[in-house]
Design a protein around this ligand. Structure first.
Ligand code: ADE
Length: 233
């Protein structure tokens, strides 16, 4: 496999991976620093995109155009949309969509992008399968799920909004970048996988312990991303 692009929205989600890279060179574009080098012996580009769909899409397109990424992994945290999925657990994307896409006024179902055939963008099956195996090896103490991930430019912390997203999408987790990365990868014919560890229940119940949960979740997601890289190619 050629270059693997790894995107995290926040610095905490990628700093560990950057530290583990060798033969690093940094290129700045669109206000983002792209760390190019070797990770687990594989050619990789690790980058913090910033939060939200536009940052994520711009970042993924640069990985495609300037770095010729042959696969894209998005590592990070998410809110759980399923009672069985606990804080710290991992969700691997089967597919991704925008929970805030709304052209219902034109007769489209909620979440459907007008004039596009796809309702959601499918993740790469091989990357998913490998990630599932690796996750059980490197994070044996947590559960790993495969399911739909819904993205939107909203931090979901309200029970009514959470329930609405579940009703419209059937997603297992919500976050703010995965669908934009999957969409961009899809348009460029690049296989992708979204790896998200659960940091909260997306219902406003996040407590004083949120920072601790977030750190633990990031640890799980980073450990899996690193393990997956070792296995790919
Ligand atoms: N990332 C982590 N938790 C989230 C939430 N509840 N909503 C959106 N993005 C998130």
């Amino acid at each position: 496999m050629g270059v693997i692009g790894i995107i995290g929205a926040m610095e905490e989600e990628v700093s560990c991976l950057k530290e583990k890279m060798t033969e690093v060179s940094v290129t700045r574009k669109a206000s983002m620093d792209f760390y190019e080098g070797l990770l687990e012996g594989k050619k990789a580009v690790v980058v913090r995109s910033g939060i939200g769909k536009v940052n994520a899409a711009v970042c993924a397109q640069i990985l495609a155009d300037d770095f010729k990424a042959e696969a894209i992994i998005n590592t990070g945290i998410a809110g759980s949309l399923n009672n069985d999925i606990n804080i710290g657990d991992i969700v691997l994307s089967t597919d991704v969509l925008y929970h805030d896409m709304d052209a219902t006024g034109f007769g489209y179902p909620k979440c459907q992008i007008p004039q596009m055939e796809e309702f959601s963008f499918p993740a790469n099956v091989r990357m998913r399968r490998e990630a599932l195996l690796v996750c059980r090896e490197v994070n044996p103490e947590i559960q790993v799920f495969e399911g739909r991930i819904a993205s939107g430019d909203q931090f979901v912390s309200d029970k009514a909004l959470k329930d609405e997203i579940i009703k419209n999408t059937g997603a297992f987790a919500c976050e703010m970048e995965g669908a934009a990365i999957g969409h961009t990868a899809y348009l460029n014919h690049i296989p992708f996988l979204i790896i998200r560890a659960i940091s909260d229940k997306a219902d406003g119940s996040a407590s004083m312990d949120y920072a601790e949960f977030e750190a633990k979740a990031i640890e799980h997601s980073v450990r899996l991303t690193q393990g997956l890289l070792a296995r790919l190619g």
